[in-house]
Design a protein around this ligand. Structure first.
Ligand SMILES: [Zn+2]
Length: 366
């Protein structure tokens, strides 16, 4: 029986790793002043629970304020999720192994003189084989009736988006509309089978955007048209055939970037998807593998102000983590605007086609 040191792995679990686990599990986490707020995926399936699962930085513990009513550590969360989502019975050792392997937590340096070292090497080898098994990452989200889309206005011109270079043709294809009831631009999300799985609203009201964020799930009456963003990729319904042929996909953060890509390069050349955030989940990777991608290009916003600042350190670490997470499964390159030719927090495609092509050519491999 392989033994290993739970404490050491626990110490290596940064809040960012815990955040990424929650992304993986479909909890749609958000950072907060005490740690992280997530859906209660401890006792619900993704998309079904409230946002009452809190993670506290200072204790390294979760607390579920509804169903579980209990505190537990990240390994216990893995055990719960394995049961609910994967139909598997994990013990503590399985959970520790899952975390160590998934996040490449390597404690060899600390155990040079430790008799556990050999166990670790064996474990790592075993786990590498295990981790190549992606079969847990297929999911079909529950579709909404797309009659709801008839409620929106498609005649109104969405001038801010047109001004940014998004063509009316791209907006028509994506069924971008306007919901007067919420003063929101409506962005329907489809899965690869072309089923409507969610609708996001983007508010045009500045003060509201500051309070609630620019994007929100659309709520009409008592129905909330949200979905687990990490379990689908926006625009996959349109780009999958091109991705299959090109064997390559480009992953943007936001829906608008896909629309710009289509506007610049045409629907027939569209290989873009949006992960709707700055994380990519294993579900999303699985989806790209399923449609035949052999290579992904990560094209995220420039989230640093100057080389070497704190944001830059955080951002390069984040991209490195993503690279490490996926490199065994797919070829990865990353658009990284080190010369800062685009604006702060701009997507690489926000500042025109020439700059985008330059960044594309200079994309890096880690
Ligand atoms: Zn719970």
């Amino acid at each position: 029986m392989i033994s290993y040191d739970k404490t050491k792995i626990r110490e290596a679990l940064t809040t960012d790793i815990v955040f990424d686990m929650l992304v993986e599990f479909g909890g749609e986490p958000q950072y907060s002043n005490f740690g992280i707020i997530s859906q209660t995926i401890c006792h619900n399936k993704p998309g079904e629970g409230s946002r009452k699962l809190y993670y506290y930085d200072n204790t390294g513990l979760f607390h579920c304020y509804t169903g579980c009513g209990d505190s537990f550590d990240p390994f216990q969360l893995v055990i719960k999720v394995a049961n609910i989502q994967w139909g598997r019975t994990y013990d503590l050792n399985d959970a520790i192994r899952y975390v160590a392997v998934r996040y490449g937590i390597n404690i060899e340096a600390d155990t040079q003189n430790d008799s556990d070292l050999n166990d670790w090497l064996i474990l790592n080898k075993y786990n590498r084989i295990q981790s190549l098994d992606l079969k847990d990452y297929h999911v079909k989200l529950k579709p909404f009736d797309d009659d709801i889309l008839d409620k929106f206005n498609y005649k109104v011109k969405i001038k801010p988006w047109l001004d940014e270079g998004i063509s009316q043709e791209a907006m028509n294809l994506a069924k971008i509309g306007y919901y007067a009831g919420g003063a929101q631009i409506t962005i329907p999300h489809y899965d690869k089978d072309n089923d409507l799985v969610g609708i996001r609203g983007r508010t045009l009201d500045k003060s509201e955007a500051e309070t609630y964020g620019k994007y929100r799930p659309l709520i009409i009456g008592s129905q909330q048209y949200n979905h687990s963003l990490g379990m689908n990729l926006y625009n996959i319904n349109h780009s999958q055939e091109n991705i299959r042929q090109a064997k390559c996909a480009i992953i943007f953060e936001s829906e608008k970037s896909c629309l710009k890509y289509q506007s610049y390069f045409g629907v027939d050349n569209d290989i873009s998807v949006a992960c709707c955030g700055s994380n990519i989940s294993m579900w999303q990777l699985q989806l790209l593998l399923d449609v035949g991608a052999k290579e992904i290009i990560i094209a995220f916003d420039r989230q640093f102000q100057e080389i070497g600042d704190d944001e830059w350190k955080h951002w390069t670490q984040h991209l490195t983590n993503l690279n490490n997470k996926f490199k065994n499964y797919i070829d990865i390159s990353i658009i990284f605007d080190k010369n800062m030719i685009t604006g702060y927090k701009d997507a690489p495609i926000d500042d025109g086609v020439d700059k985008f092509l330059k960044l594309w050519k200079e994309r890096i491999k880690l």
